[in-house]
Design a protein around this ligand. Structure first.
Ligand SMILES: [Zn+2]
Length: 240
């Protein structure tokens, strides 16, 4: 699949969607932003411009189905890419933000854990870094849960993928076409030690009623959230 990109024809969000799907990672279209940074949802008070799913009423439709994905991007070629994290995609993303020293903290972690150095990495539109890791375990999503400035995107979460446009106008770009490496034993042990909260047990993750301290896996399947953030938490609607 990688050769599709090496041939150089396309690096847009729709092509990346097909690439991730080929790896078993579930994707969905998200609203795009226009050249002035306005969200395609046309809500002038949108809190997540370019960062929320196109199908707000049922974005559990995130898929690995090639025909479905092609159809989505044929209908909306400018759509941003939503990459679903968690056990459904066997994907954990370590999300280093530019705030609170997140990038420096990530660099320190990269010295300790080789998979954080060598795995597939996306530079986000805001200058942050998303390190993609393969996992067969369930990890809780959380803000600042690794350390200040570093979030975990696991169960119920998502990241905006490469080829997407940030409201600043900057594109999310993959730094290279590295493979997505598995979470190694040392990193897993570290994440457990610092109380990231995962791995989430199979039993708890399947419980429909979620404890308040963790985002609901079922948030992906909720019918009515107006907006969902990257941790899978509903964002209250803004009165206009
Ligand atoms: Zn919006």
């Amino acid at each position: 699949m990688i050769s599709r990109f090496e041939r150089g024809s396309s690096s847009d969000a729709g092509s990346w969607a097909l690439y991730f799907a080929s790896l078993g990672i579930r994707v969905a279209p998200a609203f795009e932003v226009d050249h002035q940074g306005r969200c395609g949802c046309l809500n002038s008070a949108c809190l997540r411009p370019g960062k929320h799913p196109l199908f707000q009423e049922d974005w559990s439709t995130a898929s690995t189905d090639t025909a479905q994905i092609k159809s989505w991007w044929r209908r909306r070629p400018s759509a941003n890419l939503l990459v679903q994290t968690g056990s459904r995609s066997k994907l954990l993303v370590i999300d280093a933000d530019t705030r609170a020293g997140g990038i420096r903290s990530l660099e320190a972690l990269q010295e300790r854990f080789c998979e954080l150095r060598n795995s597939f990495l996306v530079r986000s539109g805001s200058g942050g870094r998303h390190v993609y890791l393969h996992t067969s375990r369930r990890w809780r999503s959380g803000t600042d849960s690794v350390c200040s400035g570093i979030d975990v995107r696991g169960e119920g979460g998502y990241v905006i993928g490469p080829g997407s446009h940030h409201f600043s106008g900057v594109r999310y770009t993959a730094e290279s076409l590295r493979p997505i490496l598995p979470v190694g034993a040392e990193l897993e042990s570290h994440l457990r030690q610092i109380g990231v909260g995962g791995p989430v047990s199979q039993k708890n993750a399947r419980t429909r009623k979620e404890p308040p301290d963790r985002p609901a896996e079922t948030a992906l399947g909720n019918r009515s959230p107006a907006l969902i953030d990257e941790l899978g938490k509903p964002i209250p609607p803004v009165r206009r």
